[in-house]
Each structure stands twice: as structure tokens, then as C-alpha cells.
Design a protein around this ligand. Sequence first.
Ligand code: UD1
Length: 380
Amino acid sequence: MAGFWTVHKMSNLLKVFLVVGARPNFMKMSPLYFELIKEKGVKTSIVHTGQHYDYEMSQAFFEEFDLPKPNYFLGAGSGTHAEQTGKIMIQFEKVLSKEKPDLVVVFGDVNSTLACSVTARKLFIPVAHVESGLRSFDMTMPEEINRKVTDAISDLLFTPSKDADENLMKEGISRNKIHLVGNIMIDSLITILEKIDKSYEDRILQKFDLQKEDYVLVTLHRPSNVDSKDSLERILNFLNNLSQEAPVIFPMHPRTKRNIDKFGIKLVFNKKFYISKPLKYREFIVLEKDAGFVLTDSGGIQEETTYLNLPCLTLRPNTERPITVTEGTNELVDMGNIEEKVGLILSGKQKQGKVPELWDGKTGQRIARVITGHNNGGYC
Ligand code: UD1
């Protein structure tokens, strides 16, 4: 063990906890898990907070990635931010006090990320943050608070791109804690793309009655878009109209579905406006790679579309992933200009992009090298 561990580690076996809770965490954890279990001196355990609990939002991903059942399940479930964060902290503290890992690795920007980094750090257990340094500079987003707090207290900060390094250094974080490793979500994307063959692809397109590159894939779940009746109704009306020009497929997040029911929104949906429950990762990736374009408010999908060189319209006033706009195929839109942007794409005038540096499928390896002390310099 070298580097970080000459300071932090006493014994020879390194006990690493990988913490996940919500859907986007699973595809960020999986590549690192499979790298770490190759290492002899490392005991890797998975902790699932239970923030997401529906089969499609959680267990389906473990099955698809061939991940083992989590070693610890905290059963947090839903609630207000404080309730959810508090429940996770109380349960995680019990596990940490008993098991005393050497390192807790957290991913992304969800409430589980914040809850577990704070809990570990207060027990003097080192914390590593994967997907560190992203900033929307919008403190009305719960995720921005989660990112800033987690980064401020982490010992190892793994960033996907140079802009993230700069954000961290502007916040006074020491350069030697920061490791530019690339985008781990792209590792999972590359792995799953290799597993998709033509017959599976045809089957999925047929299942949803879609033709390649001839439809729009939509995902929307941000509170700013779906938590008010006016906003949600306006968006659904827009999509319903759009589906007269091109089929629209909308795998719906539970938050969005719940709000449609809660607000009593009753639309007469066009024949070509398909709403489905959340999809399995492999199914979703087929629909994404074959779409004409994507309309989303998700973080990860902005990155996946940039990698796939697919036009992406992000219905948000800002993004914590600016590289998808400056280098990739992503554009920010609002309800005022969305029609015009869609029109441009439908008439073939789409934005061109390139794949950012280090989005190459090897991010999990680079992180594992730093964690195990085998990194010999270079990018990391
Ligand atoms: C969370 C993350 C968000 C991420 C998203 C991905 C935070 C603050 N937000 O948002 O950054 O983009 O996950 O999906 O952590 N629900 C279910 N079943 C589930 C999970 C949720 O029905 O398996 C419903 C519940 O009614 C719940 C609501 O969705 O109250 C919201 O879930 P929550 O985890 O609080 O936030 P997300 O909107 O999923």
C-alpha cells in the first residue's frame, strides 16, 4: 500500500465500502466494484441505503450488472429530505461503528451520497467521492448541496473532467486530493453496448413499436419540472403535440408518475405518445442509442448522449456537466425555445460534438489504482 494509505492505513487488508442508494449510483459503482474485487489485499463490500426501492429502480440493475446482493441494506426508503437523509445516517452509523472500514466510497450527488459521507467522516473514516467537482451553481437544486458538502469533506476526489478540477480548486480543495480519472458512467455504457446484439435491439424496438432514429426519447423527473402542476401539464401538452410529428417514448420516473396522479392531470394522449414504467438499463440504452434525439432533465443522460453523439435537449436552466454543452451534443432549453430547437433537429440541423478526454471505459481501473496505491502518476 502506498500514497494515501501510508498515512491512513495500519493493517494489510483494505476494507472498502461502496455506498449506493439511487438508480444513477448503480451504474457508477459497478465498474469500480469489478476492478476492486480483482485486488488481493482489498475486501470490497456494497452498502445499499434503500433510497430507491422499486424493482425497476434498484434490484433490476443489480441483476443486469451481475452484482451480488448488497452486504448491507439500510432500508431508508422515501420521505422528506431531512427524513430520508436522517434515516440513512442513523442506520449507516451503526454499520460503520461495527465494521470499521478503511474507506467509504460514495457516488454522484443523491441524498445517500451526502448522508453517508458525513456519517463516515464524523467517525474519522476516510471518504472517496466519485464524480466529484460538478457544479450547477444553482443552490435551489438539492443535488448541488449534496455535491458541495460531500466534496468539502472528502479525502479522495475523483473527477470526470478538467472543469470539475477547477471548481474544486476554486473552493480551496487541495490539488493533491483531486484525481482526474474520467467518467465512470461511460465505463458501464461501453460494457452494456458490447452486450447488445442486433436481435435484442430489434426486439426492443418492436416491443415499443418504434423505428430506428425516428422517435424521441424523453425522461423528466427534476422537481423544477415535475413538482408543479402548471409546469408538468405544459410539458406533457408539448410532448403530446410533438408525438404527432415523431413518436415519443417516455419511461416515467416514479416521482413524475406520482405527480400526474396527485395533480389529477388528465390528458388524452396521442397514439404515438408512449408512456412506460422505468426501464431496465439495457432496454433503455437501446432506446437511447437508436433515438432521433433525447429530451431530458437527467444528469447522466446528458453524458451518455454526448458519448453516443446523439442530439440531446436538456430542459433545465443550467447543467453541472458543462462539458456536454461545450464539447458534446447537449443543449440547454426552456419552454420558450424548445419548439424552435426541436424543429432544427427534425430538419437535420443538429449540433455536432466530440467525446471528452478520458471518457474511455477505463475510469474504474484508474480509480482502483489510486485506492489501492498502485497509481504511478500520469493523469490521476
Ligand atoms: C433522486 C435524486 C436525483 C436523481 C434521481 C434519479 C436526490 C435528492 N435526488 O431523485 O438526484 O437524479 O434520484 O432517479 O437524492 N419513488 C418510488 N420508488 C422508488 C424511488 C422513489 O416510488 O424506487 C418515489 C417516491 O414517491 C419518492 C419519490 O419517488 O418519494 C422521490 O424519490 P427520491 O429518492 O426522494 O428522489 P428522486 O426524485 O428519485
